[in-house]
Design a protein around this ligand. Structure first.
Ligand SMILES: Nc1ncnc2c1ncn2[C@@H]1O[C@H](COP(=O)(O)OP(=O)(O)OP(=O)(O)O)[C@@H](O)[C@H]1O
Length: 293
């Protein structure tokens, strides 16, 4: 189910958000704290009413689009005294399944999220990663076409993150998955597309399978501050950022002539540098470029 977001606003929290989100894809929703990711997901999930604008779920036959949506909140809460099986059965009954079907559904979902061995244990004994997978199972109870997950991996250790990301890959067939995250490296591994929010606006969307050769030039030097200032003067149009021990130039792509000019600046300025590296642009570069100007 493709989703069209048209001129969506929610008070001052988000405004003029336009997007087209494709099915069978994982879309990572990224942005700084307070950028509006949770608000956008909540509006998409019909948990918040937009102030203006609308969302179209292409091909939706039912009027109440909530039946197409599975939602995992940023801080899911469970009835911790219940076992995983009891809890999911309860959720199944809440969405209208008969007891027997709810048990079957809960059992299948617990297998899908690899919690079958812990299904008889109380949720209070689950680790953070197990609870996150239980939350995803809960969001799947109504067999949704659209899965909206608010930071499903941000609080997890690398192993648990990988497990959740692998699960998302399994789930993307026949579904539209949008999830917010601050873990950009992971997002890059599993996502097909990204949506970047900044100060309430969706400022950039793109594919992560781009054939375009976007590069970042990294110059490792102890004189970062001086080099950053000089490059910004010479190349005011380039996006130049400074790390702890390197300066990054984020352009599309550098031409040989520009590379040579750069070397000449380094030489004339008497910079001592430990290395120059040209690497493919990452999601983190896209993020930094957008939020630093
Ligand atoms: N219930 C609320 N009432 C009023 N303003 C809110 C409410 N919830 C969030 N906001 C504001 O809306 C803006 C967007 O918040 P939102 O939680 O959507 O951002 P986010 O990108 O999900 O942030 P984070 O990465 O920290 O979770 C922020 O300025 C926030 O302070």
């Amino acid at each position: 189910m493709n989703i069209k977001v048209i001129e969506l606003s929610k008070g001052s929290r988000i405004h003029h958000v336009n997007a087209y989100i494709e099915t069978n894809q994982i879309t990572a929703l990224i942005g700084e704290n307070g950028a509006g990711k949770t608000t956008l997901l909540q509006v998409m999930a019909s948990l918040l009413k937009p102030t203006s604008g609308r969302i179209e779920f292409e091909g939706a036959m039912k009027k109440d689009i909530r039946s197409y949506i599975g939602f995992l909140p940023q801080f899911p809460s469970f009835h911790e005294w219940m076992t995983g099986l009891e809890y999911l059965t309860h959720v199944g009954q809440l969405v209208g399944l008969k007891k027997q079907n709810a048990v079957r559904k809960a059992t299948d979902l617990l297998t899908l999220v690899r919690l079958e061995e812990s299904r008889g244990k109380r949720i209070e004994s689950y680790s953070g990663g197990m609870k996150q997978r239980l939350g995803i199972a809960q969001s799947l109870v109504n067999n949704p076409k659209v899965l909206l997950l608010d930071e499903p991996v941000s609080a997890l250790d690398p192993k648990a993150r990988t497990e959740v990301m692998e699960l998302l890959l399994t789930l993307k067939k026949d579904r539209t998955i949008i999830y917010s995250t601050h873990v950009l490296h992971d997002a890059e591994q599993v996502s097909d597309a990204y949506m970047l929010m900044h100060k309430g606006q969706l400022i950039e969307t793109g594919s992560l399978h781009s054939k375009e050769e976007d590069y970042v030039l990294e110059i490792e030097t102890a004189e970062c501050e001086k080099l950053e200032a000089e490059l910004k003067t010479v190349y005011p149009k380039w996006c130049i950022t400074r790390g702890l021990n390197h300066v990054e130039i984020n352009i599309t792509p550098t031409k040989v002539r520009e590379d040579l000019m750069l070397l000449s600046i380094l030489e004339k300025g008497g910079y001592s540098f430990d290395g120059i590296r040209k690497r493919k642009k990452t999601l983190e570069d896209i993020f930094r470029k957008a939020v630093t100007g």
